[in-house]
Design a protein around this ligand. Structure first.
Ligand code: LLP
Length: 470
């Protein structure tokens, strides 16, 4: 069992070794904040031209504050980086992985900026369709798609369904037959890669639920079945090795194994596979320990890997696709909280720890509790001349594991009423949010050119009580 964070017996004087003592605790650390974030002349943080104190006043806290410019530039940068890297070949498309964060406005930005959209449930598909996202640019994922989800995707005319199991080959074929349509499918291949990330977000090792294994010829058998199926068109193969990955080594192994299968299909079935989707998973900087590669470097690195392997196998480089979610959405957003209780807890001897409670917690960011994620934070409503001290930022939930930021330096005078910002919360925070303890979900507001626009409104008690029909 993992030792409980709240029970660790090191004190305030024992910051983790990776956490540098700040020369100025008010500094916005490079790479952690969305591109329009800065300090105003009177010291508050401003993003999208809007002072966070104004955001707190107008929409309240907690609130997800999304820097629209940052999100869209990042999306376009990934689109261009991969298109450029694969320009000498059949090209590459970028699908934004909507599971990271999706709402109507985001779907429309992604559409306008020329990306595709990866959805993995009927709910995500519904958001995309309501936003009038072009269905041919949608990919439907999921390891356990329902008949209703498959039917809806086919009726809408999605560009591709990524089939995850042998029985789903038959299921999609049957639903397509019932509707009298053809279904364009990709096959998700499990490559056996052990991605170096948290075990819950690694997806290509053998002992997990996703995909068709190369081992035992399952993936090859799936290709054969798709080629034989009456209503299915094989678009290509898909591989996603996991999330929050920093080095291209995992992609190298995955690409080689998938391309081996492409060659096997050519040699044994006489069929040319023209498309390859290598998924997403590109890591972001949550704190100073992380050093993500720039999209251009990632794209050219992966292009080099794919080119070499295709050359060795005497294959044409296929048309590539990638599905970044976190790397587009994550850095665009900060969560704004208001400080409540500040408690200096004695741990025995000289040891103590300062607990700074905020008005949200694991209901709006469960990643710390779920994946041991190490977030960072900053006093954002003012600057302070007090010396830095290590604190733990915790939420308001009835659970001691309700930790937002495990360790961070804040000024020693942090107090009730202060605003705190946690950066890089744009991916898998709102989308994993819950109503634990009947806490309503925060709003997501976009900021741009001095304007605040609510994308998702704050949940209300009425919303919660409205579900209770018993
Ligand atoms: N494509 C597929 C097939 C995926 O399963 C995923 C993520 C992505 C793309 C996007 O991966 P990204 O670029 O965002 O890393 N809740 C976890 C992450 C789960 C990711 C699931 N699949 C977290 O908060 O870290």
């Amino acid at each position: 069992m993992r030792a409980h964070e709240a029970g660790a017996l090191h004190g305030n004087d024992a910051a983790p070794t990776w956490l540098p003592y700040p020369s100025d605790v008010n500094t916005l650390i490079d790479g952690l904040w969305s591109r329009t974030t800065r300090r105003t002349v009177d010291g508050a943080v401003e993003v999208g031209g809007v002072d966070v104190r104004r955001i707190a006043e107008e929409v309240g806290t907690p609130a997800f504050v999304l820097d629209e410019d940052d999100f869209r530039r990042r999306a376009r940068r990934f689109r261009d980086a991969f298109a450029e890297a694969f320009r000498p070949h059949a090209g590459a498309d970028v699908y934004y992985a909507g599971k990271a964060f999706l709402c109507g406005a985001v779907a429309r930005w992604v559409e306008e900026d020329g990306l595709g959209l990866d959805v993995c449930t009927g709910g995500e598909l519904a958001v995309a369709l309501r936003a009038q996202f072009p269905p041919e640019r949608i990919a439907l994922h999921g390891n356990n798609k329902s008949v209703a989800e498959i039917r809806r995707a086919l009726e809408a005319g999605v560009g591709r369904i990524v089939v995850d199991s042998l029985d789903e080959v038959d299921l999609v074929d049957a639903v397509a037959a019932e509707l009298g349509v053809r279904a364009a499918v990709m096959l998700r291949v499990t490559t056996g890669v052990e991605a170096h990330t948290h075990e819950f977000i690694a997806t290509a090792h053998e002992d997990q639920k996703f995909g068709l294994s190369l081992t035992g010829g399952i993936a090859f058998e799936a290709v054969r079945r798709v080629l034989d199926a009456a209503q299915l068109d094989l678009v290509g193969l898909h591989s996603h090795i996991g999330s929050q990955i920093f080095d291209t080594g995992g992609f190298e192994v995955a690409a080689r194994r998938v391309l081996d299968l492409v060659a096997q299909v050519r040699d044994e079935l006489g069929h040319t596979i023209t498309h390859l989707d290598l998924g997403g998973g590109f890591g972001v900087m949550y704190n100073t320990q992380h050093t993500p590669a720039e999209p251009e470097a990632l794209a050219s690195g992966i292009a080099g890997i794919v080119e070499k392997q295709c050359h060795d196998l005497e294959l044409e480089v296929p048309h590539l696709a990638f599905e970044p979610g976190r790397a587009i959405a994550g850095p665009s957003t900060q969560t704004l909280y208001t400080v409540g209780t500040v408690k200096d807890v004695r741990l025995g001897g000289p040891h103590h720890r300062v607990y700074v409670s905020v008005d949200g917690g694991m209901s709006d960011n469960v990643r710390t509790a779920l994946y041991d994620a190490d977030y960072s934070c900053l006093l954002s409503g003012r600057v302070s001349a007090e010396p830095p001290e290590v604190v733990r930022v915790v939420g308001k939930h009835c659970e001691s594991g309700d930790i937002v930021v495990k360790d961070e330096y804040l000024p020693a005078d942090v107090r009730r009423g202060d605003l705190i910002s946690v950066p890089v919360t744009g991916a898998y925070c709102y989308s994993l949010a819950s109503n634990y303890n009947h806490v309503p979900r925060p709003p997501v507001v976009a900021v741009k050119d001095g304007e605040i626009r609510t994308l998702l409104r704050r949940e209300t008690e009425e919303d919660l009580l409205g579900l209770d029909v018993g």
